[in-house]
Design a protein around this ligand. Structure first.
Ligand SMILES: Nc1ncnc2c1ncn2[C@@H]1O[C@H](COP(=O)(O)OP(=O)(O)OP(=O)(O)O)[C@@H](O)[C@H]1O
Ligand SMILES: [Mg+2]
Length: 250
C-alpha cells in the first residue's frame, strides 16, 4: 500500500496543527516520524486514519491511499479501518476479556468459527510476544493487564484485522527492553506484507528499524529522506541538532 500526502494542512479551532505536508510512505518500508513533543506527530497519524475529525477540524490538501483520496465523499471509512491499523500513544483497552478485545474488530469484519477465533487470538498474542504472560487468563478482564501488556494487546487487536498499513504511535513507550525488542523485530518483519509508519522519541530505535525518517517540528516537515541519509548527512542544521541532541530551536 502506498500513501501520498499532498499539501496537507490541518487547523483545529483556528490553530494550525499541520502545515503543508508533502510526504509519501512506500509499501514494504518502515517510516519513523520523529520530532519534539507537540510537533504534530500524533495529529498526522490520526489524520491518516480519519479519526478525531469534527466540525472544528479544517483540512486542506489531500491524502491518497492506493490512488483514492481518503477525504472523498464516497470513501468507505469501514474499508479504511480494515486496511489501516492504528495503535495509539495511550493504550485503548475495552472493558472486556483479553479474547474479546482481540476479536473485537476482526469479528466485525468477517465471520469465523470458534476454532478459527481461538487460533486467531493465540496467533496474534504470540506475534506481539504476550501469549506466555496471559495464556492462563484469556477470559479475564483486559483492564487488569499492566500498561505495557495493554499496549501489546492493542497491537494484537489491530493485527487481528490483517491491516496493510500500520500506524504505530510510540508503541514501545511503556515496554521493557525485552518486549520492545520483540516489537521492533515484529515491525521489521511486517514490512514483507505492508507499510509501517512509526512515531518514536527514541532515536536509537529509529536507527534500528527505519528505512525512511521524517523530522517534524511545529507542524512542518523540516526534512525527510532515507534513514541512511538522515542519520549520516542530513541537510538542515535543525535536523542534525534534533537527531544528535533531541533538542531543537525550530
Ligand atoms: N483535539 C485537539 N484540539 C486542540 N488542539 C489539539 C488537538 N489535538 C492536538 N492538538 C494540538 O496539536 C499540537 C500537536 O499535537 P500532537 O498530539 O499531534 O503532538 P505530538 O507531536 O504527537 O506530541 P507528543 O510527542 O507529546 O505526543 C499540540 O499543540 C496539541 O495541543
Ligand atoms: Mg503524540
Amino acid at each position: 500500500m502506498k500513501i501520498t500526502i499532498n499539501n496537507l494542512c490541518l487547523k483545529i479551532a483556528n490553530q494550525t496543527i499541520l502545515k503543508n505536508l508533502n510526504l509519501s510512505f512506500q509499501q514494504g518500508e518502515v517510516t519513523c516520524i520523529v520530532g519534539p513533543s507537540g510537533s504534530g506527530k500524533s495529529s498526522l497519524l490520526r489524520t491518516l486514519n480519519r479519526i478525531d475529525s469534527n466540525k472544528n477540524y479544517k483540512y486542506s490538501g489531500d491524502v491518497i491511499l492506493d490512488n483514492k483520496s481518503i477525504f472523498a465523499k464516497d470513501y468507505s471509512l469501514e474499508q479504511l479501518r480494515k486496511q489501516v491499523g492504528m495503535v495509539f500513544q495511550k493504550p485503548c483497552i475495552f472493558p472486556f476479556s483479553i479474547t474479546k478485545n482481540i476479536l473485537f474488530g476482526a469479528k466485525h469484519h468477517e465471520k469465523m468459527t470458534a476454532y478459527q477465533a481461538e487460533k486467531l487470538v493465540i496467533d496474534k498474542l504470540k506475534q506481539v510476544a504476550l501469549y506466555e504472560e496471559v495464556r492462563d487468563r484469556l477470559d479475564q478482564s483486559a483492564l487488569e493487564l499492566s500498561i505495557g501488556q495493554q499496549q501489546r494487546l492493542c497491537l494484537a487487536r489491530t493485527l487481528a484485522v490483517n491491516p496493510q498499513l500500520l500506524l504505530l504511535d510510540e508503541p514501545t513507550s511503556a515496554l521493557d527492553p525485552y518486549s520492545s525488542g520483540a516489537l521492533e523485530r515484529f515491525v521489521v518483519d511486517f514490512k514483507k506484507q505492508g507499510t509501517v509508519v512509526f512515531v518514536t522519541h527514541n532515536i536509537a530505535q529509529a536507527k534500528r528499524i527505519a528505512d525512511h525518517v521524517v523530522f517534524i517540528c511545529n507542524g512542518e516537515v523540516i526534512e525527510s529522506g532515507s534513514a541512511e541519509k538522515m542519520f549520516s548527512c542530513s541537510t538542515t542544521d535543525q535536523t542534525k541538532q534534533y537527531l544528535n541532541t533531541q533538542t531543537c530551536d525550530c
